[in-house]
Design a protein around this ligand. Sequence first.
Ligand SMILES: NC(=O)c1ccc[n+]([C@@H]2O[C@H](COP(=O)([O-])OP(=O)(O)OC[C@H]3O[C@@H](n4cnc5c(N)ncnc54)[C@H](OP(=O)(O)O)[C@@H]3O)[C@@H](O)[C@H]2O)c1
Length: 301
Amino acid sequence: MNILVTGATGLIGSALMSRLASTGHHCLPLRRGAAVGNEPGPIWNPESGLIRLETAGPLEAVIHLAGENIAQRWTAAAKARIRSSRVDATRLLCEALTRLPQPPRVVVCASATGYYGDRGDEVLAEDSSPGQGFLAEVCQSWEAATEPARLCGMRVVHLRVGIVLARRGGALAKMLPAFRLGLGGRLGTGRQFWSWICLEDLIRVIELALGEESLNGAVNAVSPAAVTNTQFTHALAQAIGRPALLPMPAIAVKLLLGEMGREALLGSARVRPARLIESGFVFRFPELGAALNHTLGSPDS
Ligand SMILES: NC(=O)c1ccc[n+]([C@@H]2O[C@H](COP(=O)([O-])OP(=O)(O)OC[C@H]3O[C@@H](n4cnc5c(N)ncnc54)[C@H](OP(=O)(O)O)[C@@H]3O)[C@@H](O)[C@H]2O)c1
């Protein structure tokens, strides 16, 4: 397949590019940047609303992963970047796809379990209502921004991705230094659910979404075993053989990380991958302990 990939340099995108290339696909990264002279390749500069895809050649699929990283203090300017890099950029991309002489058949677009907001121990499937808060609002608008592609007949899959377990980046990589020093611990009450997925399984989910015609619309990209933050803390401490004795009270999380900490770390989303299970997808790492052991022991993750 000829596949255009945005966000190809990111945590998920770089692993995905290697995997797709090794399975015989032709992947074209759509990197941000200004047009340089008469450069022939595709152009994408979402901040200035510039896009040119006609030179990308015939595309069968698009995987859209680009977006400003959310792991930062959510100042007003950061929130504007986080929102616009998803909502405006997705609309720009999808509108450009509709103008191609031969639009791709499928667009796989990242979204996040943040869609559901802070929901205690309610089990959340794809048809659950959206939640409230900044992330929930961004995710709803992000998904809605693909509407031009859907109306033009493309199959659009919104992957509501949970916490991606990877050694080289993302939440786990940020937690590891403190845990390795024995300074890890639960956050707040520790009762909030964290829905997670091993990077390797997420790449397999994206591959499935490319080819499986029955997958359309929202798909929860999480393992079937969401855990509480306390369970996550114990599993991580066990995986690296260190104690995790230093809980961080909710007030400290909020003081240190502000609204981002409140929503992304203290919020609770117990998400079930109902559509993946219906489609027969078999997780290689459905349980957290094995997923952590694999992730921490694998040089590629
Ligand atoms: N990792 C997770 O745990 C997780 C969980 C849920 C959802 N997701 C979502 O999945 C997608 C990919 O995640 P990731 O972890 O691979 O993200 P990442 O490592 O932060 O990479 C995202 C990529 O997006 C592009 N990008 C960065 N800032 C941008 C901006 N201001 N405007 C437009 N593009 C920008 C960059 O690619 P270029 O420089 O090549 O353009 C960057 O490499 C994101 O949309 C993220 O929200 C991730």
